[in-house]
Write a protein that binds this ligand. Sequence first.
Ligand SMILES: [Zn+2]
Ligand SMILES: [Zn+2]
Length: 215
Amino acid sequence: MLLPTRCAACDLPGPPLCPGCRDALVRLAPPLCGRCGSPSAWPVPRCAECSGRRIAFASARAAILYDAPARRLVQAWKERGQRRLARDAAALVGETLSRPDVAALAFVPADPDRALKRGHRPAESLARELGRLWELPVEPLLRRTRTVDRQRGLGLQARRRNVRGAFGAARASPRRVCLVDDVYTSGATAAAAASALRKGGARRVEVVTLARAVR
Ligand SMILES: [Zn+2]
Ligand SMILES: [Zn+2]
């Protein structure tokens, strides 16, 4: 039986992401910071957001700005777990970012408790859809070493502390790997996960997310 769907962003009956909302999502286009992908007035190798920090990833790129409509979309995707939304998310990434020059895609592993409650894993499902799109293998290279408090509502320092050492290598990583997650907020999760990939043997980690918060 086909259940009628509603747009995740505006709630109108129709596809899980209606064409109007899809068009309204703000694409993140250059010029960007070469490292963390923050929009800038001109291309820079490092920016105020990422300079002076040791970051284990070489670059981070996102397809869309994490604004209110993007937040509603990601929330619906996380809560309802619609497969169609993972495909829409991958299509947005594929339109905006070029295929990374890597041997495999990895993903930020879901918190087991939260994944169990929701029954799905957005970062993994995005990685799987992107793997299909880019014809790259998707490998579970990371594991969680401990439970982590919610990042939401925490300051920058607290976020970094909260996720530091939270990931470990589940298996040996190829030298060049792309880490996939749903949202890049402070970069703390991406940095911690990239650091674990490096410990697993990766020499270069690129990060790709659907959305990115901009400060
Ligand atoms: Zn809509
Ligand atoms: Zn930067």
